[in-house]
Design a binder for this molecule. Structure first.
Ligand code: FES
Ligand code: FES
Length: 164
């Protein structure tokens, strides 16, 4: 027997009210209910970081969180860290440094890096490595990703905080 509840949440600045099964994970809710497929599903048990989104500004693994736990919260996905007209400074930096190959890990890298740079725009390479150590990339070897994040720091030091 399925148990369903109605939740209200804000995703990428847009308010939603949806009924969902209480067992539905946040990542499945985002992908299947809201069609926000930028958030990827890898391991489904909190190891790979591909599903990372921001919940009230904090980086969260959306495969480990139920959709009902996001009731009343502000959620930002990788789509919410993008602009229609141009790439953001963080995205440009990933492109400049070739910080992606297949791109599967990239949404989680972007959301995690955005959370870090928003809080710590002066972080050093060791700190970037520490924070990104929870995000698995099978392609790049990480060096280019760390360089991209370090290069994007200046955009987050501007008055008013992060650029996204
Ligand atoms: S899919 Fe969530 S951490 Fe891997
Ligand atoms: S770019 Fe392929 S997994 Fe990271």
């Amino acid at each position: 027997m399925s148990d369903r509840r109605t939740i209200k949440l804000t995703v990428n600045g847009q308010d939603y009210e949806r009924e969902t099964e209480t067992r539905t994970t946040l990542v499945d809710f985002l992908r299947h209910e809201l069609d926000l497929t930028g958030t990827h599903v890898g391991c489904e048990h909190g190891v790979c970081g591909a599903c990372t989104v921001l919940v009230d500004g904090a980086a969260v693994r959306s495969c480990l969180m139920l959709a009902v736990q996001a009731d009343g919260r502000q959620v930002t996905t990788v789509e919410g860290l993008s602009h229609d007209d141009d790439l953001t400074p963080l995205q440009k930096s990933f492109r400049k440094h070739h910080a992606l190959q297949c791109g599967f890990c990239t949404p989680g890298m972007i959301t995690t890096a955005h959370a870090l740079l928003s809080e710590e725009p002066d972080c050093d390479a060791d700190r970037v490595r520490e924070v990104l150590s929870g995000n698995i990339c099978r392609c790049t070897g990480y060096i280019s990703i760390v360089e991209a994040v370090l290069d994007a720091r200046s955009a987050y030091r501007k008055p008013g905080g992060g650029p996204a």
